[in-house]
Write a protein that binds this ligand. Structure first.
Ligand code: 2AM
Length: 480
């Protein structure tokens, strides 16, 4: 007998459970399965009234509960658990059926799994899902990869359960073949790291440069949230900063241990950017900043190093400085998105994905951590020119960075003077200046390489490959 469930979810820990409930609340019949059956029973007991669930104890029952072609969502840990679950279910499926991996898989694993399942006639849809528990339940940003054919069948359901942007557009679009969805989710997370680092630096500057207390800084962030920086992260930053610890009466931020952790997608973004040769320096600095914060031993040794005498700015300068920090934050944010989108572009070329960069910015407008008014601007930039080589080539962004550059330089210089670390702001400004530079000292680097390793160089005035015999002061063209 054919099953009746339009979708099934296996792996009913909090993300899987909430996703299953989201489907059910939207009117879909949802088959449920979990390795440990008690989780399945718990879900039905607690939330069975929210929609139509078909609980299954065994893999066979679960598969039988699904209408054809089957849509089977796997929500287990990335890595070996995902492979184990795929190996368990794939033999029970028939050509045309779909396995959807909604976990945080590495895109290379997704490519491998997609190729293997394609050989068996099965669709494998590696899907980035952003928004955490809350998003999974009420509407996440969804980034599905895999085949067009799978998206035709599955896409409308994913769009239904996804977050909606302010204009009502679903925050879900078909990203591209095989691992494209998980790749885009990874870069999303990398950008999230950069956003968070920049906000943290802005806070540090307001605290130790402007001399503001956390409650006052919360006010500043609330003000910024009403402007071009309007975003979820700025909004929650104000809340975090305003929070007072019940136990001590201190601002909570002063009680939290200052060692940031990470789960790994930011690190992957940087590792892959290195392989692709894309300078994502903002994301890299964010990953390194978290890593540095965690080296308690190193920091204990470093605390004794000399620095400038700590003096906050005079009150009248502090206010001006705070508005300069807003400009530096905005400009640095534009740079980290520019770098992230460069990585997407490079990955599209490398892996054969036709990525619609404007649409990708569009589906990050709701549901996910980096949701922000600003993303509309990126969509608009790519709508004007889909082949835009860089976001900095967009007139509007270029104009804004030009207008912000004086403040941006003042902030980075002030940070250096006061001894406040701003790796994110500084690397963003260096990236901007490097792109602007008519000539880079890379010419000298090439000269050094030719000197010590005969690595050759190109000339600005003639075609060809050249090597200088430095000891004899003789240069000649090399045969290629
Ligand atoms: P469990 O409840 O039986 O532990 C997150 O860990 C989710 O993934 C849980 O629902 C968990 O099932 C499931 N899970 C983890 N490893 C698994 C595996 N190797 N096979 C099947 N399910 C697994």
């Amino acid at each position: 007998m054919a099953g009746t469930a339009q979708i099934g979810v296996t792996g009913l820990a909090v993300m899987g459970r909430n996703l299953a409930r989201n489907f059910a609340r939207n009117g879909y019949t949802v088959a449920l399965h979990n390795r440990t059956a008690s989780r399945t029973r718990d879900l039905v007991e607690q939330f069975g009234h929210e929609g139509t669930f078909v609980p299954a104890e065994t893999a066979e029952e679960f598969v039988a509960a699904l209408e054809r072609p089957r849509r089977l969502v796997v929500m287990v840990k990335a890595g070996a658990a995902t492979d184990a679950v795929i190996d368990e279910f794939a033999p029970l499926l028939e050509p045309g059926d779909m396995i959807i991996d909604g976990g945080n898989a590495h895109f290379a694993d997704t490519r491998r799994r997609e190729a293997a399942l394609r050989e068996r006639g099965l669709h494998f849809v590696g899907t980035g899902i952003s928004g955490g528990e809350e998003g999974a339940l009420n509407g996440p940003s969804i980034m599905p990869g895999g085949s067009e054919e799978a998206y035709e069948s599955l896409g409308p359901m994913l769009e239904t359960i996804s977050a909606k942007a302010a204009d009502g557009t679903p925050c879900c679009t078909h990203i591209g073949a095989d691992g494209a969805g998980h790749f885009v989710k990874m870069v999303h997370n990398g950008i999230e790291y950069a956003d968070m680092q920049l906000i943290a630096e802005a806070y540090d500057l307001l605290r130790h440069g402007a001399g503001y207390e956390p409650a006052r800084i919360a006010e500043v962030f609330r003000g910024w949230n009403a402007g071009r920086l309007d975003s979820y992260l700025i909004e929650i930053t104000a809340e975090v900063l305003a929070h007072v610890d019940a136990a001590t009466g201190q601002p909570l931020v002063d009680v939290i241990l200052d060692q940031a952790e990470q789960k790994g997608t930011g690190r992957w973004t940087v590792q892959i950017a290195l392989d692709l040769g894309v300078p994502v320096s903002g994301i890299a600095e964010a990953v390194f900043a978290r890593s540095l914060s965690g080296h308690a031993d190193l920091r204990a040794v470093g605390r004794g190093l000399a620095g400038p005498t700590p003096v906050a700015l005079p009150a009248d300068e502090a206010e001006r400085f705070a508005s300069q920090v807003e400009e530096a934050l905005y400009a640095s944010k534009v740079v980290s998105y520019t770098q992230g989108f460069h990585q997407l572009q490079a990955a599209g070329a490398e892996y054969g994905w036709t990525l619609d960069l404007g649409a990708i910015a569009g589906i990050w407008r709701g549901g996910c951590i980096i949701r922000a008014a600003f993303l509309d601007r990126i969509t608009a930039a790519y709508a004007k020119d889909a082949a835009l080589p860089s976001l900095l080539a967009d007139e509007q962004f270029a104009g804004e960075l030009g207008a912000a550059q004086d403040a941006w330089r003042t902030v980075v210089a002030t940070a250096a003077r006061l001894g406040i670390p701003v790796p994110g702001f500084a690397t963003a400004l260096s990236y901007y200046d490097a792109l602007r530079a008519p000539r880079l000292p890379a010419a000298l680097t090439q000269g050094q390489r030719d000197f010590f390793g005969a690595h050759t160089y190109h000339r600005v005035d003639r075609d060809g490959v050249f090597h200088t015999t430095w000891s004899e002061d003789r240069s000649e063209e090399q045969q290629s």
